[in-house]
Ligand binder design. Structure first.
Ligand SMILES: [Zn+2]
Ligand SMILES: [Zn+2]
Length: 305
């Protein structure tokens, strides 16, 4: 059963009335107004940019499986697991995912200080957004694979196969997503000292066993997390259903703009297929309800952008 908690239910008018595009998106909106730019590509960009203003505020959180909550902001996901008297966050989204996290925790009488830990799929900026605050204000331990520890400290310094600059021009659908990420605080994320103790194959005592699945390619230390008892795979950015750099949807690996080794990324999907999970919860995009082997097949068919 899926329970959607709409903010609008509590205060429908207030919720709509309070929503405004951020100063950043308003500024960009003006600069990119169609009448102010010429050329087909720029017009496409302007239209996509204006779509930012129409993105409705979605629910703060949604339960996607028993005790598993999906928190999403600007296409960036993280997940809260509540089981066995433990509260664990898989990835830490953007700084402004904070309100979603607090809402979810409050719904069962908890606060950020009650979190037992954060496990990171990898150290990219859009997955460590709340880490520094959680560690500093609430002493929540952050865990990562040793090969991504340095990246978690410097979350913007990462190898990638292609320049990020050309993607918004080539893929205008990415612009509202990237602008939404910026509005969510993606441009000023602080790194964090994470414990390098995520060991592939060694289960953490959460919900009957949360097992790290090393899946390098997107980053060197990327790990998925398999909740075997529930048939759930937290796939991080090794297998997503929305690529922020192209705006393309459906199972896929993330574009070369943010991937260290896309050939390896495609090969390593075998690790995920072997879990035979039936619910895939990605780092970007909607949950994939179905056999992970089919998602892997679709990702390979989609190729790399
Ligand atoms: Zn990433
Ligand atoms: Zn990401």
């Amino acid at each position: 059963m899926s329970v959607r908690v709409e903010r609008a239910i509590a205060a429908p008018e207030a919720s709509r009335a309070n929503w405004k595009p951020s100063a950043a998106t308003r500024g960009l909106d003006r600069r990119l107004a169609p009448e102010r730019v010429a050329g087909k590509a720029q017009l496409a960009i302007a239209r996509e940019m204006q779509a930012v203003a129409m993105v409705k505020e979605r629910a703060d959180f949604e339960m996607v499986a028993d005790g598993v909550y999906w928190l999403e902001r600007a296409g960036v996901n993280c997940y809260l697991i509540r089981a066995d008297d433990k509260l664990v966050l898989v990835d830490a989204g953007l700084p402004r995912t904070w309100t979603h996290l607090v809402s979810a925790l409050r719904s069962f009488g908890a606060t950020p200080a009650d979190l037992d830990g954060v496990v990171l799929t990898h150290g990219h900026f859009d997955h460590v957004g709340m880490c520094e605050r959680l560690a500093r204000e609430h002493r929540v331990p952050i865990h990562v694979h040793p090969r991504d520890q340095e990246l978690a400290r410097h979350p913007y310094r990462y190898p990638h196969e292609a320049s990020r600059l050309l993607y918004p021009v080539r893929y205008p659908k990415s612009i509202p997503i990237l602008a939404g990420m910026a509005a969510g605080g993606a441009l000023r994320i602080k790194g964090v000292d994470a414990l390098p103790d995520v060991e592939p194959g060694v289960s953490l005592p959460v919900a009957g066993g949360l097992t790290p699945m090393w899946s390098p390619g997107h980053t060197r230390g990327h790990c998925g997390f398999h909740l075997g008892k529930m048939g759930i795979l937290f796939s991080g950015d090794a297998l997503v259903t929305l690529d922020p750099y192209t705006g393309r949807r459906g199972p896929r690996v993330v574009a070369r703009a943010a991937t260290a080794d896309s050939t390896k990324a495609l090969t390593m999907l075998d690790v995920y297929a072997a879990t035979r999970a039936t619910l895939v919860l990605p780092g970007h995009g909607a949950p994939y309800h179905g056999d992970v082997r089919e998602a892997v097949e679709a990702a390979r068919a989609a190729g790399v952008d």
